[in-house]
Design a protein around this ligand. Structure first.
Ligand code: GSH
Length: 218
């Protein structure tokens, strides 16, 4: 195991700040208490070296010694292998974490991301596209998640990387008040984002981009 280096953009516009996906990695690292440092890659002028680490020119990626890992879900699973604070050691617990981690990405974020993007674009209207994505999230996904989260603190298996991902996905929906009909989901986001690891991760990401503004202003 080598030094952990998390790479994110050197700067991003105001709008996505607080939601850039290095946050979920910072959060997991903070929860696990693993030492790491943050490196930057240009947002505006993406070089071949960036694509060598992340084939879509996106962030984040994590290097762990000689290993370079892209995709936030893969990064979180990698970190979970290093700390029982992120995933329990027993087979049933590991199974619960893995399936919920993929559910966060591939069942919930798949539906929430277009919904969130349309909100960011101010494209919430009565077009068939909006109605489809509204129904996809609020009828096909959130009611089922609401049932799962009702009466429990964290996803099955106890707090883990699956909760980091699920809460990070849901808080983007919450930002546009999309959880008001789903009180268990909303309370879950509030609980998760009150954790010191999240608070530190968010504050560090905001400070990272604020420092970039200051550099650009010179
Ligand atoms: N599936 C990827 C998505 C990564 C992603 O969407 N990154 C955003 C920042 S949160 C990005 O780099 N956007 C710039 C772009 O797509 O050009 C992951 O979870 O790591």
């Amino acid at each position: 195991m080598g030094e952990l280096i998390l790479t994110t953009y050197d700067w991003v516009p105001e709008m996505p700040r607080g939601l850039v996906r290095d946050l979920r990695v910072r959060w997991a690292l903070e929860e696990a208490g693993l030492p790491y440092r943050v490196a930057s890659t240009p947002f505006e002028d993406r070089k071949p070296e960036h694509f060598a680490h992340q084939p879509f020119g996106q962030v984040p990626w994590l290097t762990d010694g000689d290993l370079s890992i892209f995709e936030s879900g893969a990064i979180l699973l990698h970190l979970a292998e290093r700390s029982e604070k992120l995933m329990p050691g027993d087979p049933a617990g590991r199974n619960a974490v893995k399936q919920w981690l993929f559910a966060a990405l591939n069942s919930v974020e798949m539906a929430s991301l277009p919904w969130v993007m349309l909100h960011f674009m101010n494209a919430v209207d009565d077009t068939p596209a909006w109605k489809f994505f509204e129904g996809f999230l609020t009828a096909s996904r959130l009611p089922h998640l609401e049932r799962v989260l009702s009466g429990r603190e964290w996803l099955p298996g106890g707090f883990s990387v699956a909760d980091i991902l699920m809460a990070d996905v849901l808080r983007a929906v919450d930002r546009f008040d999309g959880l008001k009909a789903f009180p268990a989901c909303r309370a879950y986001v509030a609980r998760a984002t009150a954790r010191p690891g999240f608070i530190k991760a968010l504050s560090d990401q905001m400070a990272h981009f604020a420092a970039a503004d200051a550099r650009r202003a010179v």
